[in-house]
Design a protein around this ligand. Structure first.
Ligand code: ZN
Length: 405
C-alpha cells in the first residue's frame, strides 16, 4: 500500500517536472534570442571602381522583449562585393548560440554616377563670314565605364551660314547608366567687312568686263598696262584662271560673276547661287590670295531671265548685301552682248555713255574680241578729255538698277 502510494507520487512528480521543463524551454525560446545588428545602413551604394568599406555587424544573445544582453556572439559573414562590376550584392551576417540562430542581410549596390567626359574639338565660339562653309569639328566623349562614346554623341542645332546671326550647337552623350554630359558651341555668322561709301568725284569711268577670262583677256591686259589704266573684271570659271591672277597682280579689280553663268542653275535658289559664287571665289582666292566680296549678278540685278524663280533677285540682292557683298550693276552699256558687233560701235556707245554721267560704270565683255579691241581707243579718248579710269572697290558707286524680280 505504501509502495503503491510512493510510486504514484514519483510518477506524478516526473510528469510535473517534464511539464515544467517543456514550459521553461518554451519560455526561454520565447524570451531569449540571438540578435545580429548591422553597423551602418542595410542598403549601401558604392560607386563603381571605388573601394567598398565594410561597416561590419555585431551579434549578442538577448531578449526580444527585455533589455537583456546576456553574451556577445561571434558574427560569421558571407557574400562578396565586386566594385568593378555594376550590380546588386547581398552580404549575409549570422550568429548562433546553442540551437538559437539568426542572421541579417545587407544590400550593396555598385552604381555608376559618373557622367562621361565630353570635350569640344575646336573652339567653343566660332566666327565665320556669311556665305562661307562651316564644318562642325564635333566632340569626343570618354566614359569611366563605357570607354569611347564619341560615336554616340547627339548634336542638336542648325546653322544657316547664309544668314547673319548667332547659332548654338548642343551636344549630348549618355553612358550605359544614363549619366548625361552636355556641351555647346556658339557659331557666329557675321557679315563680311563693310566700308563706308565715298564719292570719288566727277568724270570718273569704271570700265568693267564680264564673262572672262577668255582668249582676248591677255591682249586687253597688255593694252591697259601700256596706258597704266586699271579696270574691273567680273570673272567666271571659263578661260584660263591664270589670267585672273595676272589681272590682280597688275592692279585690276577681280570681282565675282559666278562660276557657271548658267541662269537656270544659279537662279534656282539662294543656296544654288551661293554655291556657284563660292566656286568662283575659290578660284579667285587661289589666284589672288584672297576671296573677294565685289560681285556682279549675271544679267545684272534687274534681270528677268531669273523670273522662272519669282522673287529670287529680291532675295539675293537683299541677302548678299546683308552678308557683306557689294554688287555692281552699270549705267553705261557698250551693247557688246546684243546688237553691237563691231569695235567702232562699242567705242561710240561707250564714249556717248560716259559723257552723260559724272560717274560711269561701263559694261563690256572680254569674251568678245571686237569689244576688247575698242578699249585702247576708249581710254585714249577718255584721258585726253579729262576722264579718270579707276578699278571698282568697296567704296565705289554701285550703279544699282531696279530689281525686277
Ligand atoms: Zn555675264
Amino acid at each position: 500500500m505504501r509502495v503503491m502510494k510512493r510510486r504514484r507520487v514519483l510518477v506524478i512528480s516526473l510528469i510535473v517536472l517534464a511539464f515544467a521543463m517543456v514550459a521553461l524551454a518554451a519560455v526561454l525560446m520565447h524570451v531569449l534570442r540571438v540578435q545580429v545588428v548591422l553597423s551602418g545602413d542595410s542598403d549601401l551604394k558604392v560607386n563603381v571602381g571605388q573601394p567598398y568599406h565594410e561597416p561590419g555587424a555585431k551579434a549578442f544573445l538577448g531578449s526580444s522583449s527585455l533589455p537583456l544582453r546576456l553574451a556577445d556572439l561571434e558574427v560569421r559573414s558571407s557574400g562578396k562585393v565586386d566594385t568593378n562590376k555594376l550590380g546588386e550584392y547581398r552580404l549575409k551576417y549570422s550568429a548562433n548560440w546553442l540551437f538559437f540562430e539568426s542572421s541579417s542581410t545587407r544590400r550593396v549596390l555598385v552604381v555608376d554616377t559618373t557622367a562621361p567626359e565630353l570635350t569640344l574639338k575646336g573652339n567653343a565660339e566660332v566666327t565665320i563670314n556669311a556665305g562661307s562653309d562651316f564644318t562642325d569639328p564635333g566632340c569626343s566623349a570618354v566614359d569611366n565605364l563605357d570607354g569611347d562614346l564619341s560615336q554616340k554623341i547627339k548634336t542638336n542645332g542648325q546653322i544657316d551660314t547664309l544668314t547673319v546671326g548667332d547659332y548654338v550647337l548642343n551636344y549630348e552623350v549618355k553612358d550605359g547608366s544614363g549619366n548625361t554630359a552636355t556641351a555647346k558651341r556658339t557659331v557666329k555668322v557675321v557679315p563680311v567687312k563693310q566700308v563706308s561709301q565715298v564719292n570719288p568725284g566727277h568724270k570718273v569711268v569704271y570700265l568693267t568686263f564680264d564673262d572672262g577670262p577668255s582668249r582676248y583677256t591677255g591682249a586687253l591686259l597688255d593694252a591697259l598696262a601700256a596706258r597704266n589704266v586699271h579696270v574691273t573684271f567680273f570673272v567666271t570659271g571659263s578661260g584660263d584662271p591664270a589670267l585672273i591672277g595676272r589681272a590682280a597682280r597688275e592692279g585690276h579689280t577681280v570681282g565675282i560673276h559666278t562660276f557657271s553663268h548658267d541662269y537656270k542653275k544659279i537662279y534656282a535658289s539662294k543656296a544654288a547661287y551661293l554655291d556657284d559664287l563660292n566656286a568662283i571665289n575659290s578660284v579667285i582666292a587661289a589666284q589672288t590670295g584672297s576671296p573677294t566680296h565685289i560681285m556682279r549678278f549675271p544679267g545684272g540685278s534687274s534681270n528677268t531671265v531669273s523670273s522662272f524663280n519669282p522673287g529670287i533677285m529680291t532675295t539675293l540682292t537683299r541677302d548678299l548685301t546683308n552678308m557683306g557683298y557689294y554688287y555692281f550693276d552699270w549705267n553705261v552699256e557698250s551693247g557688246d552682248a546684243g546688237r553691237v558687233k563691231t569695235s567702232d560701235a562699242v567705242f561710240n556707245n561707250v564714249i556717248a555713255g560716259i559723257q552723260r554721267h559724272d560717274v560711269s560704270v561701263v559694261l563690256q565683255h572680254d569674251s568678245h574680241g571686237f569689244s576688247t579691241e575698242a578699249v585702247g581707243r576708249i581710254v585714249d579718248w577718255g584721258i585726253s578729255h579729262g576722264y579718270t579710269f579707276l578699278p571698282l572697290d568697296e567704296t565705289s558707286p554701285q550703279a544699282h538698277q531696279r530689281v525686277a524680280n
